[in-house]
Design a protein around this ligand. Structure first.
Ligand SMILES: NC(=O)c1ccc[n+]([C@@H]2O[C@H](COP(=O)([O-])OP(=O)(O)OC[C@H]3O[C@@H](n4cnc5c(N)ncnc54)[C@H](OP(=O)(O)O)[C@@H]3O)[C@@H](O)[C@H]2O)c1
Length: 324
């Protein structure tokens, strides 16, 4: 490796066209950090928010986007998945805090390991940590054919759900959710959504909703909750945040729960490494499978972003770095 690496960099915030392939100096690890030779990068919806500086955490320019990689840890030679600190993943090499690296077991390929990192961990925590899913409960997974949604559909029953209700915007995506194990899949459009969700649960309110889009669909989903039901807010893909009235929550014994994966890094052994190992074990025994719905060379990150925001993708999106 020379003194430079290929990376995607943006020097302004904006649409996918701000993503450019450039040569950058090799990143140098500081104390407590390790360098990873990247084999593949995961694209997440969060990267599209960060690109516009509308993510949970404000971004600085110039920005190398991305939060997750799979690759080879330079100091030990281990194959690892790793979460970056505030970007930097769309590159041939990244530097990460050592506690954000987890070794990938033999038998699990790069795509499976990468898909289980941000999106798998999120799906796991949505049920276990945020919704505190109880045995036999009826669960709704919105955007059920997407990266996070497709894993949430597969994990719902093993983590305790009774009935799994999926929503998605197209018939092909709903078919995919049914193939993944949903009991029923309905149109995700906010119009009439409350009634469709209740009907899909045999006329009863639902117990848990995993919401990734916000806007009118959030309000419609909140109204579909049974007493003591929880809606977990994990994304605002519509960019329309909602207002919630405490009187409504009290009157219906409903809860709204927020979730952001990066808070799990405050307690990495319990909330990062252990759940990821659990996910790896489930993948190794075939209980959950990452479906890669699109892959591009690193240099074409722009195309991955265009496809993701156009809602044409399913499953995990991967950027191949193409080094041995
Ligand atoms: N809080 C966290 O820590 C955390 C972690 C991971 C992901 N997330 C969130 O979870 C959601 C899914 O993330 P992902 O990376 O797995 O992406 P993804 O589900 O693979 O893709 C996004 C999906 O969102 C749906 N969507 C709804 N409204 C949309 C809109 N206005 N524009 C584009 N898509 C829209 C689309 O599905 P339909 O066409 O079927 O509606 C689309 O396929 C995102 O909101 C993301 O921010 C949050």
């Amino acid at each position: 490796m020379g003194e430079t690496i290929r990376a995607i960099r943006q020097v302004e915030f904006g649409g996918p066209e701000v993503l450019h392939a450039v040569d950058l100096p090799r990143p140098v690890p500081g104390p407590g950090e390790v360098r990873i030779a990247v084999r593949a990068v995961g694209v997440n919806f969060a990267d599209t928010h960060a690109r516009e500086n509308r993510y949970v955490r404000a971004a600085d320019l110039p920005l190398v986007p991305g939060q997750e990689v799979v690759g080879i840890r330079e100091d030990t030679g281990e194959r690892v998945v790793a979460l970056t600190r505030g970007g930097g993943a769309y590159a041939e090499e990244v530097v990460v805090p050592v506690e954000r690296c987890v070794a990938v077991p033999d038998g699990l390929d790069d795509d499976q390991a990468l898909g289980l990192l941000v999106q798998g961990l999120t799906a796991w925590h949505l049920f276990r940590t945020a919704a505190r899913l109880e045995g036999g409960e009826a669960v709704v997974v919105h955007s059920a054919a997407g990266g996070t949604g497709s894993l949430a559909v597969q994990l719902a029953r093993p983590l305790g759900a009774g009935r799994v209700i999926a929503t998605a915007s197209t018939a092909a995506k709903r078919d995919e959710a049914l193939r993944l194990g949903a009991d029923v899949a309905v149109e995700g459009d906010p119009d009439g959504l409350t009634e469709r969700l209740v009907a899909a649960n045999g006329g009863r309110g639902v117990d848990v909703v995993v919401d990734m889009a916000g806007g009118p669909g959030f309000d419609a989903s909140l109204r579909a909750l049974a007493p003591f039901g929880r809606i977990v807010v994990c994304g605002i893909a519509t960019k329309e945040p909602n207002e919630v009235r405490t009187g409504h929550l009290l009157r219906h014994s409903r809860s709204v729960v927020g979730f952001w994966l990066f808070h799990c890094l405050d307690d990495p052994a319990r909330r990062f490494v252990a759940p990821l190992d659990d996910l790896f074990a489930r993948a190794l025994r075939g209980e959950v499978r990452v479906h890669v719905g699109g892959r591009w060379p690193l240099e074409r990150a722009v195309d991955a972003h265009r496809a993701l925001v156009a809602r044409t993708t399913t499953g995990k999106l991967v950027l191949d770095v193409g080094r041995p």
